[in-house]
Design a protein around this ligand. Structure first.
Ligand code: NAI
Ligand code: MG
Length: 337
């Protein structure tokens, strides 16, 4: 298969983990070529813009981007470059797998769940946020639409069907937030009826948090609105060992951007010790999206293999290796298996 993707190396540790990730991916004969474009501080330095048109054009042309973390400078005109990318490409589904890898600081074994978070509406809209003149009363509004709810829930069920997963848990607070969460739940029930082979569970968000901590293995796919999904997906990242292992995809109808959940880690940038796994796992999501799930599975197996043996992994996973030795070990494992 011949396909070009946009690649944004990113800021801070971004170039280090991107180079390691692409070295591993290049072992797989994916047929992928890369169109390297800039965003964030790297772009600001090179061409005076945080999100150059050439970068937007590349993502629009290739429909798929692999992206390193971006530093959003304070006062740069954007509240967040990531939010801006989500808006411009209407990336409505934030898909965050949380899978335990034995040998890490994960609190449980056998977690294999995916949070599907609505990414464009809910409580995170900028409209309707007001503060009274005396500064004592604040208002914000929550927007939930049938269209927004339907497309995210449908995405979650289709993902379950594609991956042979058995259960989707719809997380809500419809008992209290009767209109907004109520509409989301109502639409979710309608969509679930189209997927009779997949079990649909409903769970209130506060109980979900407790259940995740007590018995996370019961979950398969979770689908929920923006604010709940933001919180729950970080909780899940914590359950499986933290930021160095948490990937995420932002998916729309016209484009999809795959990235690590963590940021540019300025405290360790340039030291060559950043863990490349989160970005590599995001690249695995990308391979699945491009119809190469078999290759994604090979990389995940290599990660499990190398992490279990520990010696060549990065310090955050308890190893004495660095980014380059981690990538080398992954490549050795791919060649051996
Ligand atoms: P951060 O995620 O960059 O770092 C938090 C802590 O985790 C640091 O101690 C860091 O060293 C460690 N860490 C993160 N990734 C690691 C890795 N791969 N291997 C080993 N250790 C790792 O969060 P922080 O410090 O709040 O943000 C730094 C910058 O990143 C900010 O400018 C922020 O805006 C940006 N950011 C960008 C994101 C993106 O582009 N998706 C997401 C989050 C933050
Ligand atoms: Mg978040």
């Amino acid at each position: 298969m011949s396909k070009t993707i946009a690649v944004i190396r990113g800021d801070g540790i971004g170039p280090e983990i991107m180079d390691a990730t692409l070295r591993v991916i290049d072992e797989l004969n994916t047929g992928l070529s890369y169109d390297f474009v800039d965003a964030g501080m790297a772009a600001q330095e090179r061409c005076g813009e945080l999100l150059p048109q050439a970068t937007m054009d590349s993502i629009a042309r290739h429909h798929v981007a692999l992206k390193g973390p971006l530093t959003t400078p304070i006062g740069g005109g954007f509240s967040s470059l990531n939010v801006e990318l989500r808006k411009r490409f209407d990336l409505y589904a934030n898909v965050r797998p949380a899978i335990t890898i034995p040998g890490t600081k994960a609190r449980y074994e056998g977690i294999d769940l995916i949070t599907v978070r609505e990414n464009t509406e809910g409580a995170y809209g900028s409209e309707g946020q007001t503060l009274s003149e005396d500064g004592d009363t604040a208002h914000s509004q929550i927007k939930v639409t049938r269209r927004g709810s339907e497309r995210i829930v449908r995405y979650a069920f289709e993902l379950a069907r594609r991956q042979g997963r058995k259960k989707v848990t719809v997380v809500h607070k419809a008992n209290i937030m009767k209109t907004t969460s109520g509409l989301f739940l109502k639409v979710a029930r309608e969509v679930a009826a189209d997927f009779p082979e997949i079990q649909c569970n409903e769970m209130i968000v506060d109980n979900t948090c407790m259940q995740l901590v007590m018995n996370p293995q019961q979950f398969d796919i979770i689908v929920t609105t923006n604010l709940f999904g933001d919180i729950i997906s970080d909780l899940c990242a914590g359950l499986v060992g933290g930021l160095g292992l948490a990937p995420g995809a932002n998916i729309g109808t016209q484009a999809a951007i795959f990235e690590a959940v963590h940021g540019s880690a300025p405290d360790i940038a340039g030291k060559g010790i950043a863990n490349p796994c989160a970005l590599l796992l995001a690249a695995c999501q990308m391979l699945g999206h491009l119809g190469m799930e078999d290759k994604a599975q090979r990389v995940r197996a290599a990660i499990r293999d190398v992490v279990a043996r520990k010696d060549r992994v990065t310090p955050d996973l308890g190893g004495s290796g660095n980014t380059a030795s981690f990538a080398d070990a992954l490549i050795d494992s791919l060649r051996a298996n």
